[in-house]
Design a protein around this ligand. Structure first.
Ligand code: 6CS
Ligand code: FE
Length: 311
């Protein structure tokens, strides 16, 4: 006799990536999803670039935006920095100790330049090609990482958080980071672990209620065990993404990453867009808590993202 519908766990919504379950220990599971999804072989990335993304879990695209485009985007993000300083709005996240502005989320709704940016075909087509489908925006943000006061982002896999806390079923999303200032060794560049995307890092500890209020400032749950980080770094190395403003790095939702504090005088300001496959829309959070707010995990505007119409 079948279990009543309310308790039956169907194959389609079973939790394939258990993490932060009661009594759970840290561990590694093999990835159960493609590294590069089939279905859209044509796009702006050549075969060598796609193979680098599959191998490393990220792809660096230097100089994708011109200095004139970067200047316009910097103006837009500086405007948001003025409008949101002091954290007057829940979409603005402040640094844990200085109160400086750390991040602003859902920026495509806050400035017309940014609404257009994420629909640029050089980004949209690349995301569709790697994810093998049409896409929508799961999350966007500006990370300001101001000079002297920009604090670190602990080691993590975005997918572990987006699966556990947002109900993202499969590893079929990617982040696109656009650098608006020079990313140097000295100002807290993004650190990525090549090859780490092949493992799902199970984290111990149960997710607190409203965890995002803390985690976006300083993350303590969903941070992998140091012995597992050490193992993945020893296997794949550690790559810091440095380069002049205007560069882009695309990284898989499950690639282990983090970044150091910025004690230099130079801001490291990057815009992030997370493209999710339209075949991977969010379900109920696997941690069993209520869904996170829309500005962090978009559930309300998940139609296919298309190129912006003529100006
Ligand atoms: O929780 C999140 O969605 C955010 N946290 C981090 C550290 N990276 C992804 C995302 O911005
Ligand atoms: Fe992240």
């Amino acid at each position: 006799m079948n279990a009543p519908a309310t308790t039956r766990v169907t194959a389609s919504n079973a939790d394939r990536y258990l993490s932060r379950q009661p009594g759970q220990k840290a561990g590694l599971l093999p990835r159960q999803d493609p590294l590069r999804w089939p279905g859209r072989p044509d796009g702006p990335l050549d075969e060598a670039a796609c193979k680098r993304f599959e191998r490393d879990g990220f792809l660096v695209l230097p100089g994708l935006f011109s200095s004139a485009e970067v200047a316009r985007l910097l103006d837009a993000t500086a405007r948001l920095q003025q409008d949101f300083h002091g954290g007057c709005d829940e979409r603005a996240v402040l640094e844990p100790d200085s109160g400086s502005l750390r991040s602003v989320f859902q920026v495509q709704l806050l400035h017309p330049q940014l609404e257009r940016l994420f629909r640029e075909l050089r980004l949209l087509d690349a995301a569709q090609q790697l994810l093998g489908s049409e896409v929508y925006l799961h999350q966007t943000r500006v990370n300001y990482k101001p000079g002297f006061r920009g604090r670190e982002f602990s080691w993590h896999s975005d997918f572990e958080t987006w699966h556990v806390e947002d109900g993202m079923p499969a590893m079929r999303a990617l982040s696109c980071a656009i650098s608006l200032t020079d990313n140097m060794e000295q100002n807290g560049p993004l650190l990525l672990v090549p090859g780490s995307q092949r493992h799902f890092i199970q984290c111990a500890g149960q997710t607190p209620a409203d965890h995002y209020r803390q985690s976006l400032r300083r993350q303590e749950y969903g941070v992998p065990d140091p012995t597992l980080i050490t193992r993945l770094v020893s296997e794949g190395g550690l790559r810091s993404i440095i380069g002049p403003a205007g560069g882009v790095v695309l990284f898989d939702c499950n690639t282990l990453h983090g970044s150091n504090s910025n004690i230099s005088p130079f801001a490291r300001t990057n815009i992030f867009a997370v493209y999710n496959s339209v075949d991977n829309r969010l379900r109920e959070p696997y941690c069993g808590l209520p869904p996170r707010p829309d500005f962090i995990a978009n559930r309300s505007q998940t139609d296919v993202l298309r190129e912006f119409g003529p100006a």
